[in-house]
Write a protein that binds this ligand. Sequence first.
Ligand SMILES: [Zn+2]
Length: 135
Amino acid sequence: MLKAIKGTARGRELLGPGGLPVVIEPLLPGDINGPFPYSFPDVPGPRRPPTRWVIRFDPDVRGPLLLLMPPKGKPQEPYEGHPLPIQMLGHELGHAETGIDDGGPNHMSNVDQNENPISSQLGLPTREAYGIGKE
Ligand SMILES: [Zn+2]
């Protein structure tokens, strides 16, 4: 799945030289984010900088219900749908490699800068809103 992301222009930028290596680990029972992925830097020791980013991720889980926009070339009407695992991985990769959070107008910073460019370059729907039913 990381390989497919690396096949996109934005994925190549994120996974190119200069960033920390990324390690994908399975989600653990009782993980803080439920079935959804999250990422964090490893902590090698006191006062040591992180050496890698860990993304905890279950490739069999689809994302939460979100407002999505069809890929280019389809009628551009927003609809409610679930992002695919590869889109959630692209989202976490954006957090990991750029350090960006889910801030910005409507919490869309990471979505706009990383997740949506990857989705679009994979020919997948893009996210129109960070969540449904919450601001
Ligand atoms: Zn996020």
